[in-house]
Each structure stands twice: as C-alpha cells, then as structure tokens.
Design a protein around this ligand. Structure first.
Ligand code: SAM
Ligand code: SF4
Ligand code: SF4
Length: 335
C-alpha cells in the first residue's frame, strides 16, 4: 500500500506501542499516587494485545511507511516475557530502529536478555540524582541507585542508552547540570523534556513548565554547546553537541515550541487502540477488528483511513482545547 499521509501531509514514521498499562512507579507528572492508588484497576489480561497481535500490527504499520518502533507502557519491563516480544519484533526485519523506554527499575535484571533478543537501544527515564527529589517525583518506590544500576547494566550488556529527564520548575531544575554531567561521564545522550499536560490528573499549569529555552541557558552555563541539524523532518528533539565531542543533549519543547506540523507519530495502547495524538481521548479500537478476523489488507486499509483523516495539532491549539478535553492517560498510551 505504501506511505500514507494525514490531512496535513504528515506521514507515519514512528510507532509507539504500549505493551502494558501497569507501572511500578507513581510519577507525580504521570500517575499521581492519590489517583492511581492500590484500588485502581488496570486492564484485564484478555484486553491486552498478545505478542502475536503486537507483532502483526508492527508489520502492518511498517507496510505503511513506519521506520521507527518504540516499545513503551506503563512500564514495559513489567510485561511478562518481554524479551520474547523484542525478539519477535526484531525478527520482522522491517524497522530501521527499535528501542524501548523504561523507568529503569528492573533494567539490571533484563538488560542482557533484551540485548540478546536483538534490542540495540534503550531510553531510561531519570529525573533526579538527588534521592529526595527522585523519590518525590517518581512516587518513592525506587531509588536513584536502582536506576543507575540499570543504566550501568544496559551499557555493560552492549545497549546504546539514552536518558530522558522531565523538568519541572521549582522541583528539579537544579538537577539539569548533575544529570547532564552524569550522562556526559558515561557518554550517553541526555534529553530534557518540558513538563506536559498529559492525562487529566497531573495538576499541570503553565507556571510549572521550565522551558527548553531556560534548560538550554542552564546547560550553557556549564557546557560549550553547538546546535546540530535534525536527522530527519519530524525529529522532535532540538539537538546540541558539546564542542569537540560526540556527546549530545536534546531538548523537547512540546509546550513552548510545539512541533505538531511535523508530527509523524502513531501510538497503539496496550489494549489495541490507535491514537493519532498523545492528547487524544479514546483512540480507534483496532483490536476488535483484529479479533473479528480482518485480514492484513483490510487492517492496513483501516489504519490508512484513520491516519488519512488525522487533523491533530493539540499542542499548537492547547490554549483553546485544554479545558474541554478528556485526555487519555500517559501510562495507558505510552510517552
Ligand atoms: N514507564 C516508562 C518510563 O517512564 O520511561 C515508559 C512510559 S513513560 C509514559 C514514557 C516517557 O514519558 C517517560 O520518559 C516519562 O518521563 C515521560 N512523561 C510522562 N509523563 C510526562 C509529562 N507529564 N510530561 C513530560 N513527559 C512525561
Ligand atoms: Fe513514571 Fe513511566 Fe510509570 Fe508514568 S509510566 S508513572 S512516567 S514510570
Ligand atoms: Fe503530535 Fe499531538 Fe504532540 Fe502535536 S500534540 S506533536 S499532533 S502528539
């Protein structure tokens, strides 16, 4: 069928598949513990896509032009036998890049198995090296040491590691330099992300956003940085390199400098709903069509139709849309 474009001319380049809606963390900016407490009910197993269904969808998306695949969640390492799924996705041979995003808590246990299954790249979320701030932001379950151990295990196993940092004003901006130095010392690229109004419960207000511009200012007080051009149209991070080295930092300015015009990212939730925007509401239930017995061509046709009708540009229209929209939760759809 070939490449499909949406109503603004954007192709699908990048697919994020969530493999579980469960998480062992309770990050305040994603799953605040007071809402997602012990009685919160996650999806029952029968509603979650099987490995075969995930692999089939990944293959269908690749036929529509998708080149990059991200495995996400919830916390993907909580999905039983995840290395087997990684192997199935790698064996498709359809993606130029497959990566996994994790909070790192279980990474020291699984890093080698993931590498042996064919995974090459992993992104680890780490918002602070200061234990009190880490525990405050991430819900108090894990520790900096757990995540650092995971990062070291991943490097040791041969995985290419990247760090994701969500920066919140008044909470962890003092961690920008320490985390950048940590990444620089280990030679791993580090991305700083503006705090976003995802879901309905993270008490987002614009005043809590520490802008990419300010993050850059902080970084420039320590490092001599040069801007690098983007690798491809639609790359979300503004990238910088420390002069004379190959170490990179990236800034993701979803709030202060939205990049909807180039957004080529499709998402599939753990229960098989296709979302054309991170700030969607219900998504499109592709799972029921799969389970009804539609063949690959029909599924491809359906996904093309969904994408062709896409008009999303939430971040550009945030001020108009924000208060009137019930948004999907981030742990449900993946980052
Ligand atoms: N549990 C895994 C993790 O935390 O890496 C994968 C899923 S998580 C939803 C994916 C990414 O979304 C993480 O890097 C996380 O920091 C980011 N994220 C979650 N909530 C966010 C928010 N409100 N603003 C910006 N980034 C957010
Ligand atoms: Fe935190 Fe990721 Fe879990 Fe959300 S899904 S609570 S960002 S660890
Ligand atoms: Fe893409 Fe939606 Fe984010 Fe805009 S708001 S960049 S359309 S996911």
């Amino acid at each position: 069928m070939g490449q499909v474009k949406d109503s603004l001319g954007r192709p699908i380049r990048d697919l994020r598949i969530s493999v579980t809606d469960r998480c062992n963390f309770r990050c305040k900016y994603c799953m605040p513990a007071e809402i997602f407490g012990p009685r919160y009910s996650f999806l029952p197993k029968r509603q979650i896509l099987t490995f075969e269904e995930i692999t089939r969808l990944a293959k269908i998306f690749s036929f529509l032009g998708t080149l990059k695949l991200r495995i996400t969640g919830g916390e993907p390492l909580l999905r039983r036998d995840l290395p087997l799924l990684v192997k199935m996705l790698c064996e498709l041979g359809e993606y130029e890049d497959i990566a996994l995003t994790t909070n790192g808590y279980l990474l020291s246990k699984y890093a080698k198995e993931l590498f042996d299954s064919g995974l090459k790249r992993i992104t680890v979320s780490l918002d602070s090296l200061k234990e009190t701030t880490f525990k405050y932001m991430n819900g108090g379950v894990s520790s900096v040491q757990d995540v650092a151990k995971g990062i070291e295990a991943a490097i040791g196993a041969g995985l290419c590691v990247k760090i994701n940092v969500v920066v919140q004003k008044g909470v962890n901006e003092d961690q920008i330099i320490p985390i950048a130095e940590y990444g620089n010392n280990l030679g791993i690229n580090t991305r700083f992300i503006e705090f976003m109004d995802v879901g309905n419960h993270n008490k987002w207000i614009e005043e809590k956003v520490f802008s990419a511009r300010n993050i850059l200012k902080v970084l420039k007080s320590k490092f001599s940085l040069e801007a690098i051009g983007s690798n491809y149209r639609g790359e979300v991070a503004q990238r910088y390199r420390v002069n004379g080295s190959s170490w990179e930092i990236g800034l993701i300015s979803s709030i202060t400098k939205p990049f909807c015009q180039d957004c080529s990212r499709a998402r599939v939730s753990a229960d098989g709903h296709v979302f054309t925007c991170l700030f969607g509401t219900n998504g499109f239930d592709i799972r029921s069509h799969m389970r009804k017995g539609l063949d690959d061509d029909d599924l491809m046709g359906l996904i093309s139709k969904i994408w062709a009708q896409r008009k999303d540009k939430y971040s550009e229209d945030r001020a108009l849309l924000r208060d009137n929209l019930e948004k999907v939760e981030m742990h449900h759809i993946g980052g």
